[in-house]
Design a protein around this ligand. Structure first.
Ligand SMILES: Cc1cc2nc3c(=O)[nH]c(=O)nc-3n(C[C@H](O)[C@H](O)[C@H](O)COP(=O)(O)OP(=O)(O)OC[C@H]3O[C@@H](n4cnc5c(N)ncnc54)[C@H](O)[C@@H]3O)c2cc1C
Length: 462
């Protein structure tokens, strides 16, 4: 007989929490999960899934345009924002239903409430006004968009949360930020015909990505008519009769119907009772955990974005699964956060895994770069001047491919497979031993015979 009401109480039914709850219940644990908004979390409700649906919507004009070169005439196209939003909402509701049913089928109790810690084994259910006890508590509360709260006029801006539910498609939008969410939404709005500006405080968009991808996407976005402004920030947002004007440090006055902030995300920790319970927190309040997701308290674990490690759905899912294996199946599993393949669903899209060229130079004695940039075959019968980029970063001593960086059609799909190769430690020679698939863009991955550049520490030091 347990002295607690539950073996596991999960706070947050997002990617990490749902997986942990289901796996733990599968091992016989008595599990409840509290959700204050909608089951499925950020990814399903207002992240990856609706975003990808919007990305698809935004790319149809390209298809219409390209089809002309192949003899098609597509007349009278028109786009209806409200239809897209309504259909997206219906799909999200369907997915939420599946998430709920899967939890119920696994015998997980879903409690629709905000939950807060009241101690190492106690959780307060805000909507029900009562406390419950659990042997283990999992914090899987995710994160929320950052705003510059001190900026005059900040109350007029939106984040990705609101972008999914706008009543009207704006005619002009300015997106502040240079990370993957910012560039993805810039591509979405631009593709849907919105006059789009991206305003980023840093020197170049996509900090942390390979420099060729950063410069490459910047150039392609500009070709598509997006005004990409780097090295500038908003100083005031002014509401006018016509919409908004975003005044910047360098004196620009960017006029828009909507201004969207996508300047990063912070962990959902406010009012959670972490400090009171004695849970150690990091620089931005995130929950500090060990390799198994354990916090500074033995009974409290945390997974996903609230731990501020790698903010991606598959990572949160793996962390949730590993936690359940570790605690409820006596099988300690830790997560390797190295070489995680990831896509940016900008247009053109990006796929990346492993070390950037700059990182490889720090870790390897010598680095070979194999790089090619070309016009995708599908565009050869069109006027569109868009380049696909393929770049392999190779440790010259071992021949191991330590990084792959792609920009162009289907890069998000290709990088999943390349991720397996990089994770396996495949060498460039093994890439080359593979027969090409022709005609394809991906064949370049196995046909680049000689390095386009070589860097060696001994020469760099001179
Ligand atoms: C616009 C956007 C696009 C994205 N695109 C991608 C993508 O393409 N690919 C990708 O891998 N990742 C993407 N992400 C990131 C991804 O959504 C997150 O990394 C992932 O959802 C994290 O999962 P999680 O379980 O940590 O938290 P979440 O999924 O955020 O779930 C946390 C849940 O906890 C609930 N909650 C919070 N506090 C409480 C409380 N006190 N009580 C009860 N419930 C609470 C929240 O309502 C939420 O449902 C995107 C994110 C955004 C915002």
């Amino acid at each position: 007989m347990t002295e607690f009401e539950y073996d596991l109480f999960v706070i947050g039914a997002g990617s990490g929490g749902v997986r942990a709850a289901r796996i733990a219940a599968g091992y016989g644990a008595k599990v409840a999960v509290a959700e204050e908004y909608r089951v499925g979390g950020t990814c399903v409700i207002r992240g990856c899934v609706p975003k990808k649906l919007f990305v698809y919507a935004s790319r149809f004009p390209d298809e219409f345009e390209e089809s002309a070169g192949f003899g098609w005439s597509v007349a009278g196209t028109a786009f209806d924002w409200k239809t897209l939003v309504a259909n997206k909402d219906r799909e999200i509701a369907r997915l939420e239903g599946i998430y709920r049913r899967n939890l119920e089928a696994a015998n997980v109790e879903i409690i629709d409430t905000r939950a807060e810690l009241r101690g190492p084994n106690t959780v307060h259910l805000a909507n029900l006004g009562r406390d419950v006890t659990a042997r283990y508590i999992l914090i899987a509360t995710g994160g929320h968009p950052n705003y510059d709260r001190t900026l005059p006029g900040i109350e007029h801006v939106i984040s990705s949360n609101e972008a999914f539910h706008l009543e009207e498609l704006p005619k002009r939008i300015v997106i502040a930020g240079g990370g993957y969410i910012a560039v993805e939404f810039a591509g979405i709005f631009n593709g849907l015909g919105v006059e789009t500006t991206l305003l980023y405080r840093g020197e170049e968009i996509l900090r942390g990505f390979d420099d060729d991808l950063r410069a490459g996407l910047h150039a392609e976005m500009v070709k598509r008519g997006i005004d990409v402004v780097c090295g500038d920030v908003f100083t005031t947002i002014e509401k006018t009769a016509d919409g908004l004007i975003g005044h910047t440090a360098s004196g620009r006055g960017l006029e828009a119907d909507q201004i969207m902030f996508a300047i990063g995300r912070s962990p959902n920790i406010e009012g959670l009772g972490l400090a009171e319970a004695g849970v150690e927190q990091g620089w931005n309040g995130h929950v500090v955990v060990d390799a198994y997701g354990k916090t500074s308290l033995d009974s409290i674990y945390a997974v996903g974005d609230v731990t501020d490690r790698v903010q991606l759905t598959p990572v949160a899912i793996r962390e949730g699964h590993a936690f359940a294996e570790t605690v409820f199946n006596a099988n300690p599993v830790s997560i390797d956060h190295e070489a995680i393949p990831t896509a940016v669903f900008s247009t053109p899209e990006i796929g990346t895994v492993g070390l950037t060229e700059a990182e490889a130079r720090e870790r390897c004695r010598a680095v070979d770069i194999y790089k090619t940039s070309f016009r995708p075959m599908k565009l050869t019968l069109t006027d569109r001047d868009e380049k696909m980029l393929i770049k392999l970063v190779v440790d010259a001593d071992s021949g191991v491919v330590v990084g792959c960086h792609l920009m162009g059609p289907d890069s998000g799909e290709l990088i999943q497979v390349l991720g397996i190769l990089v994770k396996m430690g495949a060498t460039k020679a093994q890439f080359d031993a593979t027969v090409a698939v022709h005609p394809s863009a991906a064949e370049e991955l196995v046909t680049m015979r000689t390095p386009t550049s070589r860097w060696a520490a001994e020469y760099a030091a001179e």
